[in-house]
Every structure is written in C-alpha cells, then in structure tokens.
Ligand binder design. Structure first.
Ligand code: HEM
Length: 349
C-alpha cells in the first residue's frame, strides 16, 4: 500500500514539476494552478483519491513521505500594469491592415477570445480560456474554430516579444483590446491565466454554438457556461463586428454595414431590416433586401423568441445599456473557469 502510494505520489510530483517548468519558462508560477483533478490543494487530492486512498494519503503525509507534493508553489507576482499596457499597445498596433477583410483584425481577435472561453462547462468546471488549449489538436481543428489560426498567428510575434505573458492571457486581452479599439466599452480584464501542456487535454468538441440551430440550442450552450437570456442577447451583439467567410464557416457576408466599429448596429439591423431566407445552396442564412447583410438562424432566433426579443429591442434603442451589459458579460466570459488567486474579487476596470 505504502509503495503504491509513494509511486502515485512521485508520478503526481513529476506531473506538477512539468507544470512548474512550463510556468517558469514564462516567468511565472501559480499557487492555484488548475488541473482537471483540482489537484492544486490538499483537499482536491484527498477527494480525488477516494476515501480509502485518502486515509492512506493522510498517513503518508503525516509521515512526511509526500512533502513537496502538497506544498503550494512559490508565488511570483504578476508583472505590473505598465507591462500589460505595452502588450495592449502592441495589440492595437497590429489591428489595422488595409488588405485584410474590412481593414481590421479586430473582429477575428474578438472571435478568438470568445471561442477560447466559450468552451466552458460550469457543471464540470472544465474548458474556458485558462490553458489556451486551442494551440493543440484536436481543439485547433474543431470546425467551429476554422479560421482562428489567423488570429493566433497574428498574436505570435507579440507573444515572442513579451514572452512572460501566457497565451491564455494574451488571447483574452487581445479580444478586450480589440473591442475597445473599435469603439466599444472598456472591458474589465485581469491577468492570471496559465497555459496548459499539450498532454493535459482539450475540451470536447461541440461546446460552441451552431449557427443553424434554434433557441433551445442557444440556451443549452450558454446556460451551460452560466449565462442567462439577457446575457445571450448582449453577447450576440458582438456580431456588429466582422463577417462570415465561405472558407471558414460556409456562411457569407457581414451582419452590419460598419463591421469594424463596435456599436448596437446588430440590434438595429435585426429590428429594422426585412430579413428573408437566402436562396442558395449554402448553409441556411437570412439576407436584407440588398443581399449584402446577413443573419444566421441563431441571430434570427433573438427576434423570434419572446424572451430574447425584449432585450434586442432594448439594445437597439439604448446603445449605452448594450455597452454596459456587453462589457459585463464579455468580461465574465473571458474569466470563466479561471482560478484567480482571489476569486470573487471584481476585475479591475
Ligand atoms: C450566439 C451564438 C453564436 C454563433 C452561432 C456564432 C457563429 C458565428 C459564425 C458562423 C461566424 C462566422 C465565422 C467565419 O466564417 O469567419 C461568427 C463570427 C464572429 N463571431 Fe460569432 N457566433 C455566436 C456568438 C458570438 C459571440 C458570443 C461573440 C463574441 C462575444 C461572437 C463574435 C464573433 C465575431 C467578432 C465574428 C466575426 C469574426 C471575423 O470577422 O473574422 N460570436 N460567429
């Protein structure tokens, strides 16, 4: 029994050392490093091991056999705000590019931050932006993530220049900076995410929404993350930005006429335009009378569903309330499942 325990202890120690080395390579260690077993604390390990094992572990720990395994890693403070401001400036500098899409990488950066975070499952506390697992197969090859290599590649030189920042922090910060640079609200954002190792696993496929589905699907997906109807509508307002690409999702065209400006135009278009089903052989989508703007079936659901619709009308009429609600929901999205040192502490503005 004791031999098996020690072997298990050594294996766990080796695994944690690997994480620590990875942390050290980015200049940081985390006292609350998350793993799927929640093994960062005594309590997590004891629960994980089951009752019989727990008794043995307590004995072994009391005997000092597991010292080191249970010690929290030494804590290196995160860099000061001014260092993150330099990263912010570098992201802003990288946004505009005349010959890319509508002239800005901002929208695809917002989509990267959202897809990195929207894999979160509240019930199992898995997925989410912590870990930046979209660097790895199979997540980077998930159909929902098609095209996001554009955003990841854009950020790579910034990651190289500021090698102390984690991918997980960089991707989410880039989404926040892009929203702000395109005229949107200030997104409360704070650092503290860590990067997982390749063998630590990706969330399963299918956690992000499918654009060709109805209201029950939208609710299934977003309730799983912990959002409510109002937040689903507010978050969807990000489709003021960017466009669909035939070679990424199969859909085409932008939602609004100003796809590099963050505004409530998505809601005014939904409310005021006449949307008809596009006649084509591609996936189902809706078009305005000019045929230049589009809505996904999941966008149309927001005016068809009687619980979603009041929020569409409210945000179409009142941009300020949209900005406020979007900032709160997007900030929360970027933090889902992130084991900050001080959970519950509001993110600094
Ligand atoms: C409500 C369910 C959602 C569905 C079904 C959905 C689906 C899609 C699809 C199919 C695209 C086109 C991808 C492409 O072809 O390049 C897209 C783009 C985009 N989505 Fe969503 N999305 C949803 C929610 C969100 C949320 C919550 C956000 C952010 C808060 C967001 C932000 C974006 C942005 C900014 C783009 C434009 C990307 C670009 O221009 O490259 N979406 N979305």
């Amino acid at each position: 029994m004791r031999g098996a325990l020690l072997r298990a202890g050594r294996q766990a120690l080796a695994a944690r050392a690997a994480v620590a080395v990875q942390g050290a390579s980015t200049g940081r260690l985390f006292a609350t490093e998350a793993s799927s077993s929640g093994g960062g604390s005594n309590t997590g390990l004891l629960v994980f091991g089951g009752l019989g094992l727990a008794g043995g572990l307590i004995f072994a720990q009391q005997q000092g056999y597991l010292s080191g395994l249970f010690q929290k890693e030494s804590h290196i403070p995160l860099p000061p705000k001014k260092d993150y401001d330099k990263v912010r400036a570098a992201i802003e500098d990288a946004l505009d590019k005349d010959d890319y899409d509508d002239g800005s990488y901002g929208p695809v950066l917002v989509r990267l931050a959202w897809h990195a975070s929207g894999s979160y499952d509240k019930a199992s506390n898995t997925g989410g932006s912590n870990g930046a697992t979209m660097r790895f197969d199979p997540e980077r090859k998930f159909g929902a993530n098609a095209g996001l290599e554009v955003a990841r590649d854009l950020l790579e030189p910034i990651k190289k220049k500021f090698d102390w920042i984690t991918y997980a922090d960089l991707w989410t910060l880039a989404g926040a900076v892009a929203i702000e640079a395109m005229g949107g609200p200030t997104i409360p954002w704070r650092p503290g995410r860590s990067d997982k190792l390749e063998n630590e696993g990706c969330p399963p496929d299918g956690r992000l929404p499918d654009g060709d589905k109805g209201a029950p699907h939208l609710r299934d997906i977003f309730y799983r993350m912990g959002f409510n109807d109002q937040e689903i509508v507010a978050l969807s307002g990000a489709h003021a930005l960017g466009r669909c690409h035939a070679d990424r999702s199969g859909w085409i065209n932008p939602w609004t006429n100003a796809p590099t400006t963050f505004s409530n135009a998505y809601f005014t278009e939904l409310r005021d335009n006449k949307w008809t089903k596009k006649k084509w052989s591609g996936p189902p989508q809706y078009e305005d009378p000019t045929g230049t703007l589009m809505m996904l079936p999941t966008d149309m659901v927001l005016i068809w569903d009687k619980k979603f619709k009041p929020y569409v009308m409210k945000y179409a009429q009142d941009e300020e309330s949209f900005f406020k609600d979007f900032a709160a929901a997007f900030s929360r999205l970027l933090e889902l499942g992130v084991p900050f040192d001080e959970p519950g502490k509001p993110a600094p503005a």
